[in-house]
Every structure is written in C-alpha cells, then in structure tokens.
Design a protein around this ligand. Structure first.
Ligand code: SF4
Ligand code: SF4
Length: 373
C-alpha cells in the first residue's frame, strides 16, 4: 500500500476527510490549535480531535477581528472559520498558552457560534507540586465539561484505552523519526511532514494502522547510499505548516533529520503511564515533556534540550523556523541561539508566514547557510 499517498491525501485535503469521517461515523469533531490540548480526553469522548493549521489562505475577514500584529496561525485559522470552511467542527478547545491564542478564543466564541467552546486554563509554570495538582484539576474539569456538553460518560477505562492508543501512535512516530535520522535518504521531509499532519487530523485508530504498516515497510528498506552526504539539519520552533521548507532544504543539499516543533517531535515526545490515574498520566506527560516558550520550567531547559538533540542527532546545523509575529518564540530565540553558539552548533533564523516562496531571498539564505556548514 502507498502510505505516502494516504498521508498526502489527508494532509492536503483535511477538511474533506473530516467531513467524510463525520458522515460515516455520525460522531463529533473537536478543533484545536495547540499541542497542549488533551487529545486523549477528546478521543475518549468518542470525538475526533482535529488540529487547525491555518496559514495558507489569504486573509480577507480575519483582519477585521484580529490586530495586525497577530501571527498567521491565528489569522489563518480564524479566516478558515469565518469563511465557513470549518463548519464540520462541533466545537473548539483553546488551552491557555500565548496572548494571541487567548484573544483568539474570545473572538472565536463571540463570532462563530460553534455548539461547544472550551478554554482549558492550564498553568504556565510546570515545575511544582502545586502546579501539577492544579493542572490535574483543570484536566479533570475539562473531562467533566466535555462529557456533559457531548452527552457522554468518559470513564477511566475509556480514557485508559485512548492513552494506550496515543502511546502506540507516539511510539511509532518516534521510531520513524529514529529510522530517518539513521538513514536520512529513506523518506523525504515532505512525506514526514504529511504523516505528522495526518496524525493530528485523521481517525486515530485508522492512523495507527497505517503508520504501523508504514513503519514495518521502512524497517525492510535497505540503507540509502549515495556519494553525496547531505547536511544534517534540525528544525526548531512552534507549528510548522510549511511543507516547502523540506524541498528547499533538500534541493540545497540539506536534509531534516529531527526537529523540535510542536507539530513534530514535541507532538510524540513522552509516553503516558498506563498504570496510574489517567488524568494524572496526561498531566505527568505535560510536566515531563520539553516545554514550549509559552510555559515555564526553568531558565535553561529549552536551551539544554536543543543542544542535547543537536549532539544526539549529530546535526550539522539548526534552523529556527518561526512564524512572523510569534512573540513567545521570538523572546526565547536570543537565549537558545546563545546555547547553540557556545557549543559551536551553526544556526540560522527563518521567519515565515503563509507559503514559502520557491525562489528569492529565503532560498538564497538557505543555500548560503548550507554552503557554510
Ligand atoms: S508553540 Fe506552544 S503554544 Fe504555540 S501551538 Fe505549539 S505548543 Fe501551542
Ligand atoms: S505561540 Fe506563536 S505561533 Fe503559536 S499562536 Fe502564539 S503567537 Fe501564534
């Protein structure tokens, strides 16, 4: 079976797929923007968690609601909803992260009229017992509110089943990343991007079946050989909805071998304990997983983690891939760069919005960076 074709179809037409799924199953679909959304709880409620990417559309209506300084993720998502393209959603979940998302949540609730809307006000500090207890209490409240809104009971057994499923998905994705790092020619960056996008929008049982078979096929592949060794690159940032960055890099002699993106490795990072209280297991993973810049653990963990990944993956260079106007990532950039510079890891910053241009300044900068490695 051509799994790339399946993932490609889902990643390029996620709305068609979601509508078809809803028609076939008569189940609910809950939208979300951020990897701090407790998908396991949504899944245990019998609904499909559907990640909204935004970003690729030209903005016509969203500017009337959001300030000019908001990122393309917020604007693009709102534009899609205002245009009615997300009408298959039964509701949306907004975890408490950056200011833009919090404001978007209010605008979303007041202007779009989806049947259910949740603000999941998770703590910003993820480093103390009291914030862990608070996190668990918020997740428990979300579970109860969602169950009430969808008219379903979310039992611990259902939650455990969802946790098991997500653990299997995360394990398979991690194994695919490891295989790619060991054998970079085995799968293209855009194929991995499409697989990750499918993981966040597709029926999760169906996705697990496809990704597991894809993994078995990958394990049979012979090691890619070739005289030219491409430069091993790590992407770091938040959401990546830019498949073209992979082809730009590959055409310039680079290859992405790992990432630190919330639509990439941070999505599958960390298994949940299947033996403890399921809500505590979800909270525990958020506490143990490397944070994104909208959360706080200490002043060094993100820098140390980036250096660790770069060393473990034998990276030739790191590219910071940020959405323009994303303050949380921009604020962390100087300190992360300093960590890499001190360790002698070459790095560059790319700020993108919407589509990546096929030619022009960005490509020239990528070419120059890879040449310098
Ligand atoms: S960067 Fe952080 S806040 Fe933004 S979507 Fe990713 S996990 Fe959420
Ligand atoms: S963290 Fe950055 S990219 Fe994500 S919603 Fe906030 S401003 Fe936008």
């Amino acid at each position: 079976m051509d799994f790339h074709k399946i993932f490609h179809e889902v990643a390029t037409k996620p709305y068609d797929r979601a509508r078809q799924w809803k028609q076939e199953t008569s189940q609910k679909i809950i939208g979300y923007f951020c990897s701090y959304t407790p998908e396991e709880i949504i899944h245990a409620a019998g609904a499909l968690p559907f990640r909204i990417f935004g970003g690729e559309v030209s903005i016509a209506n969203a500017d009337g609601h959001l300030q000019a300084y908001c990122c393309s993720l917020a604007k693009g998502g709102l534009e899609e909803a205002l245009a009615g393209r997300l009408s298959f959603l039964d509701g949306t979940v907004f975890p408490h992260t950056c200011d833009t998302m919090q404001r978007l949540s209010d605008i979303w609730r007041l202007n779009l009229g989806f049947p259910v809307h949740f603000d999941v006000v998770l703590p910003a500090k993820l480093n103390s017992e009291s914030s862990f207890d608070y996190m668990a209490a918020i997740l428990r409240k979300f579970k109860n509110d969602l169950a009430r809104a969808l008219g379903i009971e979310i039992t611990d057994d259902r939650l455990r089943e969802s946790i098991r499923l997500y653990n299997q998905i995360r394990k398979a994705l991690q194994e695919i990343y490891i295989l790619r790092s060991e054998n970079p020619g085995i799968v293209s960056g855009s194929n991995v991007y499409e697989m990750m996008k499918a993981a966040m929008v597709m029926d999760r049982v169906e996705f697990l079946a496809s990704v597991s078979k894809f993994l078995s096929e990958m394990k049979q592949e012979p090691k890619a050989t070739g005289k030219r060794r491409n430069k091993r690159i790590i992407l770091t940032g938040g959401i990546c909805n830019h498949p073209d960055i992979y082809s730009v890099l590959e055409e310039s002699g680079g290859v992405v071998i790992w990432d630190d993106l919330c639509t990439g490795a941070r999505y599958f990072d960390g298994q949940m304990d299947e033996t403890i209280d399921p809500i505590e297991a979800i909270a525990r993973r958020y506490f143990e997983r490397i944070i994104c810049p909208t959360k706080h653990r200490d002043n060094a963990c993100r820098g140390e983690n980036l250096v660790k990944i770069a060393k473990e993956q034998k990276a030739d260079g790191v590219i910071f891939l940020f959405l323009k106007l994303c303050d949380p990532h921009a604020f962390d950039y100087p300190y992360l760069k300093e960590y890499l510079d001190l360790e002698g890891v070459p790095n560059m910053l790319l700020e993108v919005e919407g589509q990546i241009p096929a030619t022009g300044q960005l490509r020239t900068r990528v070419d120059a960076f890879l040449e310098m490695l």
